[in-house]
Design a binder for this molecule. Structure first.
Ligand code: ATP
Length: 510
């Protein structure tokens, strides 16, 4: 079947983007031919898991439906099968390194002095890149380069496009120009049905050199391209009316002479947006936020304190005496499983191999995980060294790998599981894609707050000053996580002009 124009769905926060894409996938699956693939690409492993979970609840996933991150897609379908055919300098057997060539170079300069001349540094980098490829080591950045190169070969381009019957792209705003280049090659072959969904206003990555200007973002380029059929999904199924109206101040963008403006599609009851002006310290703003939450019977785990600056996040954690939930390891993950996985990872062994080697059952492994939890609670394990000591001396096991993440994170998930009064605290990037009943978004400075409150699309788009104050869109992502209550605050006290701006946005100052 010849492919029609790709569908581009522009949808705002709470529109149910992933939900809608999963529906489209299920609708298309009966037409998927056995010898071709349906590809669903996402930008994080957790988004991949989320789609797999949602799909597997409704259908059994066929072997020719691939769901994975952009990198895993490019590696499996392009780099592994074709990069060595296309480029003699790339070894057939490949090993993937989860970092950029630049990181490998920095590592090299730890053991030898870095030359001052950038031309020499670049020459070393080029040599190192070629040496890595020759040995089959593919760094993160090289996946994109090699995939793009493959598309310069007409025959390879045809073969790849023939293999892909459907291509779905979630969070399309995070597509950079290299990945967009790949999608464009596939589109031009006219063999693949393409569906992309995203929200440009939620683009909060740094601009890579190929983007420079916000209007160069692939999602916006595609929306201006007549080869894409762009539709606007203006529903907001998440937030109460005052929050939806507030968000609309920041997202009014024109798409082919149609203005994007969300409408509430839910019966959520909420309150007007509030600015908590008791500044100076997070401890002083929390009681006001909690009082509003109490009025609405909002559970602790449904309260989120979100900030851009880790400095503010740390302050909030301290103010709540560490009794916090972190978004990606919240309620659903049992700490026992998490500790078990950590243990297996430091032992460098799978569960079945562990049971076989140590002549133990999975129950014994669970008991060991509980022993570790107890030791963390008692403070016997409080850092990576004491963890290793406990595993080797008390559990009598041989540690082979470093612990994959900080003990503090494990402690947090153990604590959160025990207490019902833990609140979500996070930076904005980690909160992306999530929602809670009540949000307190805290800016560190008045400058940062003013950036979040900028309503002029042109000024929002033009802002590039990441080094000092980051992007206006960070505020939008934070604000749009709230279902019922949105409170904003600022560590620095704010002037009359900012107060006036807030009032013009229908925000109550309390
Ligand atoms: N078709 C639907 N019917 C009813 N509720 C829905 C539907 N789609 C999504 N929802 C609900 O609306 C809310 C927002 O959905 P979801 O988180 O998928 O939105 P999103 O578009 O991914 O938002 P964001 O861009 O902010 O991450 C969720 O509570 C979800 O359960």
């Amino acid at each position: 079947m010849p492919a029609v124009n790709p569908t581009l769905v522009i949808a705002g926060p709470g529109a149910g983007k992933t939900h809608g894409m999963v529906d489209e996938i299920i609708k298309a699956l009966p037409n998927l031919e056995n010898h071709r693939y349906m590809i669903v690409i996402t930008y994080t492993n957790s988004a991949t898991q989320n789609i797999k979970k949602r799909l597997s609840k409704r259908i059994s996933i066929p072997p020719n439906l691939f769901i994975g991150t952009t990198h895993s897609f490019l590696n499996k379908f392009i780099v592994i099968p074709y990069s060595s055919i296309n480029n003699q300098g790339v070894k057939g057997e490949k090993l993937f390194i989860q970092c950029d060539t630049g990181n490998v170079l920095e590592r090299l300069f730890k053991s030898q002095t870095k030359p001052d001349d950038f031309k020499i540094v670049n020459a070393i980098k080029g040599r190192m890149k070629r040496a890595l490829l020759k040995d089959g080591y593919i760094t993160y950045d090289q996946t994109l380069v090699l995939a793009e190169e493959c598309f310069k070969n007409k025959r390879i381009k045809e073969i790849i496009s023939n293999r892909i019957q459907y291509l779905f792209v979630d969070e399309f705003q995070d597509t950079n120009n290299k990945i967009f280049g790949v999608i464009e090659h596939i589109r031009k072959q006219k063999k693949t049905i393409i569906y992309c969904v995203g929200d440009p206003e939620q683009y909060i990555q740094s601009f890579d050199s190929s983007i420079k200007d916000f209007n160069n973002l692939p999602i916006l380029k595609a929306s201006r391209n007549s080869k894409y059929t762009t539709t606007l999904n203006k529903s907001n199924r998440r937030s109460a009316q005052p929050i939806v109206s507030f968000l609309n101040h920041f997202s009014k963008r024109e798409y082919n002479s149609e203005t994007f403006e969300q409408q509430r599609v839910n019966s959520t009851i909420g309150e007007r947006v509030k600015f908590i002006s008791k500044s100076a310290d997070i401890t002083t703003m929390l009681p006001a936020f909690f009082e509003i939450c109490e009025r609405h019977n909002i559970l602790y785990k449904e309260r989120g304190i979100i900030a851009k600056e880790n400095y503010v996040v740390k302050k909030a954690i301290a103010a709540l005496k560490g009794n916090v939930l972190s978004p990606d390891r919240s309620i659903n993950i049992s700490p026992i499983n998490e500790i078990r996985d950590t243990l297996l990872s430091v032992l460098d062994i799978s569960q079945s191999k562990y049971c076989e080697t140590y002549k133990e059952t999975s129950f014994d492994l669970r008991v060991k995980s509980i022993q570790i939890i107890r030791a963390i609670r008692k403070g016997e394990i409080n850092n990576e060294n004491t963890f290793v000591k406990f595993v080797t001396e008390t559990l009598n096991l041989q540690v082979k790998n470093r612990i994959p993440f900080k003990i503090d994170n494990l402690r947090m998930s153990i604590e959160a599981q025990r207490s019902t009064d833990a609140v979500m605290v996070s930076n904005i990037h980690r909160f992306k894609g999530l929602e809670v009943d009540a949000v307190l978004a805290v800016a560190k400075t008045e400058k940062e707050l003013n950036l979040w409150l900028e309503t002029d699309t042109k000024i929002r788009d033009a802002h590039k000053d990441k080094a000092t104050s980051d992007y206006p869109r960070l505020g939008y992502v934070a604000f749009s996580r709230a279902r019922k209550i949105l409170c904003i605050s600022c560590i620095e006290s704010i002037g009359e002009k900012t107060k006036e701006k807030l009032m013009n946005l229908d925000v109550d100052i309390i």
